[in-house]
Ligand binder design. Structure first.
Ligand SMILES: *Cc1c(COP(=O)(O)O)cnc(C)c1O
Length: 237
């Protein structure tokens, strides 16, 4: 192996090991079974060569947030059998294309995306898993992305009615300026409510490099970890 590739591999081995140990510890602290929490490694801004190393180290799920980059990387890594999670803000004119390679679309936050994703999944001839992204910003705050908690039930109904989409659960990002633990506690309530009408929507995707412990304490089934595995991203995003 080239020395450069081998050095990068050593770095990813160490980082991945540290993240897996954090997840182990967080599960133990929360009294949860380690098997309840899956790791999605967020590879945005990093090359396909890193994805290849991660797959070799046992990573099964990767996350990307920009359509063009995700599409190219998924094609380059098609032989690896990975599950591709789309976690970024989604334009409705790109949604059908995203459904052609993503196995899970985690960032569905409005009805307009549902129809386009369904169309894309039909073209692919393959069901696509959907998570609804919930905005956890306090009411009245500068709105970023995510459906308001009150809109989740209606959005869930639309996903269930659209063909070729499977409603699997919720995704959220803790807002800036609030304890992640408090935000994830609200998310857990929204999830409990969703589960009453949609018992199959068991996935709760929450927690990143900085707050995965809080997310696991509040019931996350998937953590999305980027920089703690791959290192800092380039400053310009
Ligand atoms: C980039 C990103 C992550 C990973 O963030 P890190 O802090 O690097 O772990 C997780 N979720 C979403 C939605 C992201 O855009």
């Amino acid at each position: 192996m080239e020395p450069r590739v081998s050095a990068r591999r050593d770095e990813l081995v160490a980082n991945l090991d540290a993240v897996r140990r954090r997840i182990d510890a967080a599960c133990a602290d929360a009294g949860r079974d380690r098997g309840e929490v899956s790791l999605v490694v967020v590879t945005k801004f990093f090359p396909a060569s890193d994805v290849r190393i991660l797959a070799d180290l046992g990573v099964t799920d990767v996350g990307e947030n920009r359509h063009q980059e995700a599409e190219a990387k998924a094609a380059e890594c098609a032989d690896l059998g990975l599950r591709w999670h789309f976690i970024g803000g989604l334009q409705s004119n790109k949604a059908a294309a995203v459904a052609s390679y993503a196995d899970v679309v985690e960032s569905v936050d409005r009805a307009k995306l549902v129809e386009a994703l369904s169309r894309g999944a039909h073209t692919r001839g393959h069901e696509v898993d959907v998570l609804l992204q919930v905005g956890l910003d306090p009411p009245g705050a500068d709105h970023r992305s995510g459906a308001a908690p009150d809109d989740v039930a209606e959005l869930a109904r639309r996903v269930e009615e659209a063909g070729m989409l499977r409603l699997r659960g919720l995704m959220a990002v803790a807002p800036l300026g609030e304890e992640p633990d408090d935000a994830f506690a609200r998310l857990a309530e929204v999830h409990a409510e969703l589960l009453r009408d949609h018992p199959g929507a068991t996935v709760l995707s929450a927690g990143m490099s900085g707050d995965l412990e809080a997310a696991i304490r509040r019931g996350a089934t998937h953590v999305r970890v980027g920089s703690a595995v791959l290192g800092p991203r380039p400053a310009v995003q």
